[in-house]
Design a protein around this ligand. Structure first.
Ligand code: ZN
Length: 155
């Protein structure tokens, strides 16, 4: 079976079910089609609006992203990898909850450890030797799976 969007000369719109496209042509040429609303025999096939059914394992595409009908523009679909989203959230959280001490990281971590500075979460950069030295002093340092990012670099 095949479904066509049909319309009569009075602009009533309805669907017609046919065995095939040829079946529509055959019935149309023999005058067998009529509008179910007004009975008009002038029934035409309408161009159906293209519709894309997108399957994705991720989040549904918001309706607001839809391109207005008839613009002819290609619809852009962003697919967000759940792992990328999780990483993005982690980055946001780390940035929101830590203080950026930049290259002074090792020194500041040491001061916090020895209670010379207020205890708080910090982020920054440290050389490999600084990181090793911190570890030897029993100062725990978590390595981030991404570079230090300024808030200004987000968005
Ligand atoms: Zn009609």
């Amino acid at each position: 079976m095949i479904v066509f969007n049909l319309g009569c000369d009075a602009e009533h719109r309805f669907e017609g079910w046919f065995n095939s496209a040829d079946d529509f042509d055959a019935q149309s040429s023999r005058g067998l089609l009529s509008c179910p609303v007004c009975g008009s025999g002038k029934v035409q096939k309408l161009l159906s609006a293209p519709r894309l059914n997108l399957l994705s394992s991720g989040a549904p595409v918001p309706e607001s992203d839809a391109t207005p009908a008839g613009s002819g523009a290609t619809r852009q679909v962003a697919v967000i990898d759940p792992r990328q989203r999780a990483l993005a959230e982690l980055i946001s959280r780390v940035i929101a909850e830590t203080e950026d001490v930049g290259t002074g990281f090792a020194e500041e971590a040491r001061r916090i450890h020895y209670r010379e500075a207020p205890e708080r979460a910090i982020r920054g950069v440290a050389s490999e030797s600084e990181a090793v030295a911190l570890a030897e002093e029993g100062i725990e340092v978590a390595r981030l799976p991404f570079g230090v990012i300024d808030k200004s670099q987000l968005n």
